[in-house]
Design a protein around this ligand. Structure first.
Ligand code: MG
Length: 501
């Protein structure tokens, strides 16, 4: 490897040389986590958990090493650092400050509560009985409240947790975004439902597919999108995810359910969108604290952009339909119009991960409202199932029949992830801004997508967003790349045009 073109400052170089140890532990942990979800024999889980938490401890010890913390502090006062160097210092200071505030005892409690919580949640969901999970959730909420106190906040305890997933985002701002966005969305949804415009396409949802044929579809879709299989791979897991092992080793997983092929197709496109963000990060940033996507919201904007704005668009339907028909024999006689309606069928449902573009964000608001109340101790856990069901009725006009299709459907709370959900909607909001700007700046946008030519769009995303990794904070990046903030007007305009235009 030649001289790094961004990191020239001598003190920064020293920090990065030391950081390589921390990076290596993260690399090992990521690989172990990927293996756990894909190929590891089931009974290896306890030892894997132990190994993983020991590595976490090592990582923490290296990060909080007195000399290292002192050097980071000294370097942060140097004048004339470039943006990448400033990014390195900012990321290190943030990590150090978070790790310093949360005592090891609390981290241990959290990881134990999550381990037990996931087991209890699985069992509770299977039996559709919230009561089984409730005491575990109470313990998790108690720990998350304490965590918020340790991390510190100005206005709302939820701010402290939200900031872990979306830096500098606050309840005040999310509330203001949602208070404008949700009523507009509700208006669009109500009209689409009453005019029965996008209710077609249900026939294909019931068709079972052959596994081998569907694997071929997935492979051809990824080929079409132009991924370098020397740096990328696809495996199978219970819950699809993307993980970065290194700058040249990014992996996604997918899930074959055997029915309703758009589910696996869009899951693959979604995770590939996450992967592209990592794969197109500047290689000069490899093994540094600024490699890879900046926040969950910005990351989700990339996956949603590919899944919804591209994958469910008319030009994409045009590009992919011949291949789909070549692989899936049951599509004989289906034209592009029917495929488009199948891809975009609107149907209020109980389950978030199955939700269409119009109903998805209502699922998020419900979780966000509950999380805020929990953090302020303004709702009792025993009230959650009823609260949830009432909110579903209010927003989507449907009421879950049991806990499994209501309050128990998501794994997040059992893992101790409170503050995560709103980033899904923030991602949706940003994805529409990305779309608007890309369509303006890339000539013959629809024509290129329709022809299966994705390179100009990928290059544009790299230039505007991906290459910087975590050099800029989310809000700085949005301003710099798109000249915007988390402005929901683009998403409502897009949905209005698409579903009612
Ligand atoms: Mg995602």
């Amino acid at each position: 490897m030649g001289e790094n073109i961004y990191f020239k400052n001598k003190e920064i170089k020293k920090l990065l040389a030391y950081y390589k140890k921390i990076w290596a532990l993260g690399h090992v942990d990521a690989l172990m986590g990927w293996d756990l979800e894909t190929y590891m024999p089931e009974k290896g889980v306890i030892e894997r958990g132990t190994a993983s938490s020991q590595i976490d401890l090592f990582e923490q010890r290296l990060l909080l090493d007195k000399e290292f913390v002192k050097s980071v502090d000294l370097v942060s006062r140097i004048d004339g650092l470039n943006d990448y160097e400033k990014g390195v210092v900012r990321e290190l200071k943030r990590d150090i400050s978070i790790k310093k505030r949360i005592p090891p005892r609390l981290i241990e409690e959290e990881s134990l509560a999550a381990t037990k919580g996931v087991v209890a949640w699985r069992n509770a969901r299977k039996k559709s009985n919230f009561g089984i999970f409730r005491p575990y959730l109470e313990e998790i909420v108690r720990i998350e409240r304490e965590k918020a106190e340790k991390l510190g906040y100005k206005e709302h305890p939820y701010d402290a947790l939200l900031d872990l997933y979306e830096e500098d985002m606050r309840v005040r701002e999310v509330d203001s975004i949602f208070s404008d966005f949700i009523p507009r969305l509700k208006q669009i949804l109500d009209r689409v439902i009453s005019e029965k415009k996008f209710t077609k396409g249900g026939r294909l949802e019931k068709i079972k597919y052959n596994m081998t044929q569907m694997q071929a579809v997935n492979k051809k879709t990824i080929d079409m999108l132009g991924y370098d299989m020397g740096r990328f791979r696809v495996d199978v897991s219970a819950h699809p995810f993307t993980t970065t092992i290194g700058s040249n080793d990014v992996r996604i997983t997918t899930r074959y359910e055997g029915i309703d092929f758009k589910r696996v197709l869009f899951s693959t496109i979604h995770e590939s969108g996450h992967a592209l963000y990592e794969l197109q990060c500047d290689s000069q940033l490899a093994m540094t604290p600024v490699f890879g996507g900046i926040s969950l919201g910005i990351h989700e904007s990339q996956s949603r952009f590919w899944e919804n704005m591209i994958g469910r668009s008319r030009p994409f339907v045009h590009a992919i339909t011949p291949m789909l028909k070549g692989q899936l024999t049951f599509l004989k006689g289906i034209d592009e119009e029917e495929m488009y309606h199948y891809f975009n069928r609107v149907k209020p449902g109980m389950i978030r991960v199955d939700a269409d573009e119009l109903t998805y964000n209502f699922h998020i608001v419900i979780r966000y409202e509950i999380e805020k109340l929990l953090m302020k101790n303004e709702i009792k856990t025993k009230e959650l199932p009823e609260f949830w069901n009432e909110k579903m009725e209010e927003y989507l006009g449907i009421k879950p029949k049991n806990d499994a299709e209501g309050v128990l459907q998501d794994i997040h709370w059992s893992q101790g992830s409170i503050g995560y959900f709103p980033t899904y909607s923030l991602g949706n909001i940003v994805s529409a801004i990305v779309r608007a700007k890309a369509m303006k700046e890339i000539k013959n946008f629809d024509g290129k997508i329709g022809a299966g030519d994705f390179k100009p769009l990928q290059d544009w995303l790299k230039e505007k967003i991906h290459r910087y990794g975590s050099t800029y904070k989310p809000k700085e990046l949005l301003k710099k790349a798109l000249g915007e903030g988390y402005n929901p007007i683009y998403l409502t305009a897009y949905l209005n045009q698409k579903f009612l235009g």
